[in-house]
Design a protein around this ligand. Structure first.
Ligand SMILES: C[S@@+](CC[C@H](N)C(=O)[O-])C[C@H]1O[C@@H](n2cnc3c(N)ncnc32)[C@H](O)[C@@H]1O
Length: 216
């Protein structure tokens, strides 16, 4: 069997880049399986609830439909499905690792609906106060870091959907098992005042817009 040395070099380089970024983010860009994605989407309401921030005044949210964020969008598969399931909502996928981000960006540009935007950056630096729904598939440690940000920035009523990993200390409003061979748990949370109080007990740095992102 003949190997093209250039193809091999490109493949090894891609593997090295993915590996290095996995060390940096703490989460490999493992895509959610099609079956798990179906289970995740089925746990969500057909119409997303309006958060208190969205109903309390015109200036708080002009669009009135909360933004859907996928934090750590990987190769873009879940963000694409969310954008198709919720055409009336803006869907923003944020990914830090360059290779998955590039693929997700290309997929969104080639076959994504108009309400989908993929941005490059660290989601911990991106404000989330306009979110109606946050979706993620990270790691136990990643969620522990994300929790105070979610609690302090999300409006009451906003939803958080997490694949495989539970947000430590939060009680899910609903839960299911992925319909794939792993039967990984999927957790749905609805933000409440208790969760905000929980955040006040944790000192965090306020979010600033991510200058590395291409969201403008
Ligand atoms: C397990 S993958 C999930 C990919 C995709 N959400 C899915 O379900 O198919 C986790 C992704 O989160 C990304 N990630 C982890 N921490 C991040 C951060 N702080 N900012 C942006 N992306 C991050 C990783 O690079 C990785 O691609």
């Amino acid at each position: 069997m003949n190997f093209d040395p250039w193809a091999l070099a490109v493949a090894l380089l891609a593997i090295a880049v993915v590996f290095i970024w996995t060390l940096r983010t703490g989460s490999p860009p493992t895509p959610t399986s099609a079956a798990a994605k179906k289970s995740m989407l089925s746990l969500l309401p057909r119409r997303l609830p309006q958060t208190l921030a969205q109903t309390s005044g015109a200036e708080t949210n002009i669009n009135r439909a909360g933004v859907i964020y996928e934090l750590g969008a990987g190769w873009g598969g879940v963000a694409l499905s969310l954008a198709r399931q919720y055409p009336d909502h803006r869907v923003i996928g944020i990914e830090l690792a360059p290779l998955p981000w590039l693929v997700a960006k290309l997929r969104a540009g080639l076959s994504g609906p108009k309400n989908l935007k993929i941005i490059h950056g660290d989601f911990l630096k991106h404000p989330l106060s306009d979110a109606g729904l946050v979706v993620c598939y990270l790691s136990a440690n990643g969620l522990a870091h994300l929790k105070p940000k979610l609690a302090s920035e999300l409006a009451p009523g906003a939803l958080v959907l997490s694949n495989t990993f539970a947000v430590p200390g939060w009680r899910p409003t609903d839960e299911t098992a992925a319909g794939d061979i792993y039967h990984s748990p999927i957790y749905l949370y609805e933000m409440s005042a208790d969760m905000e109080a929980d955040a006040r007990e944790t000192v965090i740095t306020p979010a600033e817009p991510d200058t590395a992102s291409d969201l403008s």
